[in-house]
Write a protein that binds this ligand. Structure first.
Ligand code: BEZ
Length: 399
């Protein structure tokens, strides 16, 4: 059984950077900083369900960065407390509270699902624990609910799809159907797509939704065919994205009504999607063939360590560890020196495998959005669809 397997069979446990697994004590002692004492990182991510591969990629890359730095960040050995959030918003507040109040984590890293993120944001705001979001794009986390102790190394949902409408209209697709899961991320991505597509002169002629994480697409595919749009735009990720792309192709739609999406549709999924994904265009802040030394080095190390190709989720997890390292270095590992640590993390430029990006005032990446096309098992870089795209962060008033 791999380390990863052993992690997901027990719901929560502590794991040192060296890989030794120890049973989690429910009576963790109050943290007192001592030079050399381990730093407890709570990884609250999905390790089961449709987003399991996303949680695993984030975890792998976070641990890779720590391992590349000798298993320590700013002199502190990293001890992981790992929790499977199951992409279940109903359990989010309880899960995050347990990590903070019972397991006494020093830093909270998570999660993938926007609905779960809202529960984590509540706990982060109330407890003041330093929190790094390595995926979930919920706009509120760096919008109306932004806070000094909450940072994101991924994206807002709006940011991932804002450029797509312009790309589609430029390719002659002036009418589109939209399809996604009906939950916070799907709805925010729809908003971002609609804004950009209509501004570019496009018209959405059909809106289709199904509950998360449902993958019964057949009836909705029939509705797309009947609506006869010029193209389809969508948001799906993980296991759901694999099935959607395959079903769309099997229904005979791909050749008649080209499929577009933000890049979650084809990131980390291409081996499973095979021929069904070939040629699909997407927008995202990462691509598989970026001409960057930092990316080449990251991809090589990731592939060597995990015998897997990295994806966008891995990049975001890697950058979460990079950001934490920058903060810790500024305070010589004393995570309780919160103000100084936050000051060091604000306005930082991260040298990421995706290309350099800058932290916005609302604590969200300002980054290029790439147009990519699936060729073989790669999301090949085509062009920069939007340079230095910054989320408007509406409603963020940093205290
Ligand atoms: C979200 O729920 O925010 C999300 C999940 C998977 C991929 C992208 C965004």
């Amino acid at each position: 059984m791999s380390i990863l397997d052993s992690r997901i069979t027990r719901r929560r446990f502590i794991q040192s950077a060296g890989g030794l697994a120890l049973a989690a004590s429910p009576f963790a002692t109050t943290h007192v900083f001592a030079q050399g004492a381990p730093l407890r990182v709570g990884l609250m991510l999905p390790y089961t369900g449709t987003f399991a591969s996303l949680g695993n990629a984030i975890t792998n890359a976070f641990k890779l960065y720590v391992a590349e730095n000798g298993g320590k960040l700013a002199g502190r050995t990293i001890e992981y407390v790992v929790l499977d959030d199951e992409s279940d918003p109903a359990k989010a507040v309880d899960n995050a509270s347990r990590l903070v109040n019972r397991d006494k984590v020093d830093v909270l890293v998570g999660t993938v699902h926007s609905g779960v993120q809202m529960g984590m944001v509540k706990v982060s705001r109330e407890s003041g624990v330093l929190s790094i979001i390595p995926n979930a794009g919920a706009g509120a986390a760096t919008g109306p609910l932004c806070a000094p102790n909450i940072f994101r190394t991924s994206f807002t949902n709006w940011q991932t799809i804002h450029a797509l409408g312009k790309v589609m209209v430029e390719r002659g697709h002036k009418t589109a159907a939209w399809i996604s899961w009906k939950y916070a991320a799907g709805e925010e991505m729809f908003g971002g797509f609609k804004e950009g597509y209509e501004k570019a002169g496009g018209k959405i002629v059909k809106e289709l939704w199904l509950p998360f994480p449902n993958v019964e697409f057949q009836a909705l595919l029939t509705e797309i065919a009947a609506a006869r749009p010029s193209a389809t735009a969508c948001f799906f990720a993980g296991g759901g994205a694999v099935k959607f792309v395959k079903d769309y192709d099997a229904a005979g739609l791909k050749a008649k009504i080209p499929l577009f999406g933000n890049g979650f549709l084809t990131d980390g999924t291409l081996q499973a999607q095979g021929a069904a994904a070939q040629g699909v265009y997407t927008t995202l802040h990462y691509a598989d063939s970026l001409d960057l030394e930092r990316d080449r080095e990251f991809r090589l190390n990731y592939a060597k360590t995990y015998k897997l190709q990295p994806d966008v989720y891995a990049v975001q997890g890697y950058d979460a560890a990079q950001l934490l390292h920058i903060g810790l270095k500024a305070v010589k590992g004393d995570v309780k020196a919160t103000k100084a640590m936050i000051a060091a993390m604000e306005g930082v430029t991260i040298d990421s495998p995706r290309g350099k990006w800058k932290m916005s005032r609302s604590h969200n990446p300002i980054q290029d959005s790439y147009l990519r096309q699936v060729v073989g098992e790669q999301n090949k870089y085509v062009s920069v669809a939007w340079k230095a795209l910054e989320d408007p962060a509406r409603g963020c008033r940093m205290a």
